[in-house]
Design a protein around this ligand. Structure first.
Ligand code: FPP
Ligand code: MG
Length: 357
């Protein structure tokens, strides 16, 4: 299977050049259309993959090869980008200087390592064939070695974290790693009770997608010297941005075609997953509830559910909810002193909302 999340991040990046247009179409989150977040953080991102590969040294050449495989410079490093901009925006707010601290730079490497370790495991779980346009790790080396490689990447990331000598950072990022596991686990089940289902979905979305960003934003704000209130603002920025990103991902699964998305349309339904557009559509088409419980497993379920979503206002409500979270993310960052990095964080809120694939 292709790697939709990676394609989505790629799309986000390619969109950065047209961020001006996106901004004009978007909500009120940003006024600074000239800022390109990717250009602004470029110098801090230049050696990211080289630095990570150095950390993956081991006397076992094959383990080094497998665990370095996804750090090939093709990934767009959206998470390190968010972290670098957050760190610099908070540094400027608190000290008038936006330069990145060495510890913050290390955190930007660690977030990419945790994320990539989870993708290596995810590709085994999903039996993925490709990621970022090349054969997936499990296709080349098989499941067992891939799992070990994922374990190795996360262990090296944990070592780097330990070297930062901060129990605060260790406990924040450990929480994010636990959430990744819980989020994947939650995705394997759904709530029978209709009233609990939406809360379950949002909680799953937070844990699987947003938690790592939220805790890492909080970590770099802590390193800036932020007080608890400001750390909470950093956390809420990451949390809301991450949830908005996933909601848009979930609606694009219905409205983008296969070529745009890099995966079959309605892929989530085919995987048995009921995302926001379906959950909203249930109000108009209660017959969806039975299909959700059996994870769209009977012949015709996927087609019927797809049609119901398209005839409902599920897509509209999902977009509105994503907008609410993006606006909320921007609101939390608005209190910082004005800087190009702060504006770039605002621009990211719009880019997440307006991406088309
Ligand atoms: C991508 O999902 C997967 C994740 C964001 C998290 C995966 C987490 C785990 C496997 C558990 C934790 C593992 C570690 C090492 C901490 P997707 O299949 O929706 O996205 P994709 O399209 O990119 O594959
Ligand atoms: Mg996957």
């Amino acid at each position: 299977m292709a790697s939709p999340r990676s394609s989505a991040l790629l799309a986000l990046r390619s969109q950065s050049s047209s961020s001006q247009q996106s901004l004009q179409e978007s909500s009120s989150t940003s006024q600074s259309s000239s800022i390109d977040p990717f250009k602004l953080a470029q110098s801090d991102l230049d050696n990211l993959f080289i630095d990570i590969r150095k950390e993956l040294n081991t006397v076992m050449p094959e383990l080094k090869e497998i665990s370095s495989y996804y750090f090939d410079g093709q990934g767009k490093a959206i998470r390190p980008l968010i972290i670098i901009l957050t760190a610099r925006a908070f540094n400027f707010h608190l000290s008038g200087k936006s330069e990145l601290l060495n510890s913050q730079k290390r955190v930007s490497l660690i977030i990419e390592m945790i994320h990539t370790a989870s993708l290596i495991h995810d590709d085994v779980i999903d039996s993925a064939d490709t990621r970022r346009g090349k054969p997936s790790v499990n296709v080349l080396w098989g499941q067992k070695k891939s799992i070990f490689a994922g374990d190795f990447v996360i262990s090296r990331g944990s070592q780097m974290l330990a070297r930062l000598n901060s129990t605060v950072l260790i406990s924040l990022l450990s929480e994010a790693i636990i959430d990744l596991v819980l989020g994947e686990f939650m995705q394997m089940g759904s709530k029978e009770d209709v009233n609990e289902r939406f809360a379950h979905y949002i909680q799953k979305t937070f844990k699987k997608t947003a938690s790592l960003i939220a805790y890492t934003c909080k970590s770099v704000s802590y390193l800036s010297g932020a007080n608890e209130e400001l750390q909470e603002a950093a956390f809420q920025y990451g949390r809301n941005l991450g949830i908005a990103f996933q909601l848009v991902d979930d609606l694009l699964d219905f409205v983008s075609n296969q070529a745009e998305l890099g995966k079959p349309a309605a892929n989530d339904l085919k995987l048995g997953l009921a995302t926001a557009p379906v959950l909203f559509a249930c109000e108009k088409f209660p017959e969806l509830n039975e299909m959700i419980i059996r994870r769209f497993s009977e012949p015709g379920d996927v087609e019927k559910a797809y049609d119901a979503v398209m005839k409902s206002d599920g897509i509209y409500h999902t977009r509105m909810l994503a907008r609410k979270h993006a606006d909320e993310a921007a609101r939390h960052i608005a209190q910082l002193a004005d800087s190009p990095e702060k504006q770039a964080l605002m621009v990211l809120c719009d880019m997440v909302l307006n991406r088309k694939k």
